[in-house]
Design a protein around this ligand. Structure first.
Ligand SMILES: Cc1ncc(COP(=O)(O)O)c(C=O)c1O
Length: 387
């Protein structure tokens, strides 16, 4: 849990990301936080109260990452897991059997698989509804609903949900609101400021930022939630390793610079693509005619580096995916390299075909995670791929 009276010396997100959480209770302060590569810690004597006894439960490098994530998101505490899906596993584990969750209907395919093919077997219930319409989310609630869970912007359709409006629904019904903030990161969006209770991250993506680390985070707003997550973090055994905690911390130091460049490159790519004769539609929340543009401007300070597009002709998809000299056809997102992904058979393969069709995840849809290369090289390559 972070000490709100002992925060980082700065108020601004870019500085906080560089400096990380400052623990004033320590008599020394390493500039680069060390990797405590240890499983266990010496116990000073019977009856001693110690912060660190065994690294599955707590590890100083992981604590530094967790405190930095809590600081950036404006939460009270954070918990670092071995992947984004492990963070979601801990999230759904805090619910009692028989609980119902209203999910945004456009979520990462692995989230869909975990809820429908795993958690349903253990007595949780899920209804998927369009999170851009708070009325639909409200109507999907039942007497046993305990949580609303949304991504915004969504993966891969880039839909934007109004966090404050969803929070009003959650408050009125006594539900928890969870927001997956993977796409925008706390540099551009802080869901807790708009009423979310829990923020989930695939830290594998922009937070770690270099396509070299799998990690997840759950950030919570208050002490009661912290106690529930603390138990799960110690009990499920999926806590993040010291080395991966350090890699994520190192990634976060350059978050602001990377996010700015991801965003300006994504805007340049979106503008190029929407003018191309082979492209039917470009989905990017930073285009002023995107349906979520105004909401984004209210709740976010940026639009991020992710965009999707539909091609006019499905026969152009193969060349688009593999025809780049620089842009790589690969799953994942948020790293410094530009990646192109085919949601239908990659990230969203677990979503039933009827739902994919309804959402627009068709054979003509491709997703771009725009990297931080020179924008002219990205556009030249996109031109070649569409060629
Ligand atoms: C929005 C979103 N949330 C969660 C996840 C799961 O994260 P991980 O792959 O780190 O388990 C992903 C993975 O792509 C994602 O895109």
């Amino acid at each position: 849990m972070i000490d709100p009276s002992s925060p980082c010396c700065a108020r601004r997100a870019d500085t906080k990301a560089v400096q990380g959480y400052v623990d004033r209770s320590q008599s020394f302060r390493p500039v680069s936080y060390p990797i405590y590569q240890t499983t266990t810690y010496v116990n000073p004597g019977l009856g001693s109260e110690i912060d660190y006894s065994y690294s599955r439960c707590s590890n100083p490098t992981r604590t530094q990452l967790e405190n930095t994530a809590a600081l950036l998101e404006g939460g009270m505490a954070a918990y670092a897991f071995s992947s984004g899906l492990a963070a979601e596993d801990a999230l759904f584990s805090i619910l009692e059997q028989g609980s119902h969750v209203v999910m945004g209907n456009d979520v990462y395919g692995g989230t869909y698989r975990q809820t429908m093919e795993y958690w349903r077997r253990f007595g949780l219930e899920f209804t998927f509804a369009d999170a851009t319409d708070p009325g639909r989310i409200e109507r999907a609630c039942r007497p046993n609903t305990r949580m609303i869970y949304v991504e915004t912007p969504t993966n891969p359709m880039m839909k934007v949900a109004d966090i404050a409006a969803l929070s009003a629904v959650a408050r009125a019904k006594g539900l928890l609101l969870t927001v997956d903030n993977t796409f925008l990161t706390p540099y551009f969006q802080r869901p807790i400021d708009f009423g979310a209770d829990i923020v989930i991250h695939s830290a594998t993506k922009y937070l770690a930022g270099h396509n070299d680390t799998i990690a997840g985070l759950a950030v919570v707003k208050d002490e009661a939630l912290a106690a529930r997550f603390d138990f799960m973090a110690r009990t499920l055994g999926s806590a993040l390793s010291p080395m991966d905690s350090w890699l994520t911390l190192r990634g976060i130091k350059t978050l602001a610079l990377r996010m700015e460049r991801h965003q300006s490159n994504a805007l340049a790519a979106a503008e190029f693509l929407r003018g191309h004769k082979k492209v039917a539609e470009v989905l990017y929340a930073g285009l002023p005619d995107h349906p979520g543009y105004e909401i984004s401007r209210r709740q976010s300070t940026g639009f991020g580096g992710m965009l999707s597009l539909t091609l006019k002709d499905a026969s152009d998809v193969g060349k688009m995916l593999s025809g780049g000299r620089m842009i790589m056809f690969a799953e994942s997102l948020g790293g410094v390299e530009t990646l192109i992904t085919y949601p239908k058979t990659q990230t969203h393969a677990s979503i039933p075909p009827e739902l994919c069709e309804e959402l627009g995840i068709t054979e003509k849809l491709v997703r771009l995670s725009v990297g931080i290369e020179n924008p002219a090289d990205i556009i030249e390559d996109l031109d070649r791929m569409l060629g």
